[in-house]
Design a protein around this ligand. Sequence first.
Ligand SMILES: [Zn+2]
Length: 185
Amino acid sequence: MPSSDNPRLILTPQPNEFILAETASFISALTELKFLGALLYESNSESSFECGDDFLHKISFLGCSPTLYSDAGSDLIIRVLQSSQLQFFHCHSMPPPRCPHCQKTDKNWSDIYQLWQQNNNAVSVCPHCQKEFNFSNMKWKKNGGYGKLLIQIHGIQEQLAVPNQTFLSELEATTDTCWEYFFAE
Ligand SMILES: [Zn+2]
C-alpha cells in the first residue's frame, strides 16, 4: 500500500460530495477501459492497481516519459477510494487558497482547515470580504482539492501529467457527472 504523502495526480467528480452506491462496477468500467491494470491491494474503502495497457492514452505526460516521475524502484500506482467523509488533499508548496466569494487569498487557511477537521460544517469568515464560507468551498486551482470518490495516481509530480479530454469524457459517461483533477503530495 503506497504511503499517503507522495506526489499524486487526483481525479474526482466535480460536485465534490458525489458518491457512488458501490465502486465495484466503476472499477470494472475502468478496467474495461484499460485504465486500471492488475489489482495490487484491496480493502473495504480502497483498491490499488497497476496501470492498465491504455493508461498512457488517458493521462498525458508533459515533456518526458512517465518513468521519470516514479520514485526510484517503484512504478506508478493507481488507487481508487471512496469515503463517506469529504477528503482534502493538497501540495505542500503552493499559494494559499482563495475565498469562494471575493477570490482573495487567505494565508491563515490552516486555522480554517483545523476547524473544519473538527467539524465539517464549521463556518469561517473571510478577513477580506467578511462573508461566511465553509473550508470545503475554498478555491485551490490545481494544487489542492476535495472529494469523496477519488482516483489517485501515485508517483506523478505536480503539473507533470494531466488527464486528457477523452478520459474525462469516459469518466463522465461512466458516472453521469463531470470530473476535475488536481495535484497533491
Ligand atoms: Zn472573501
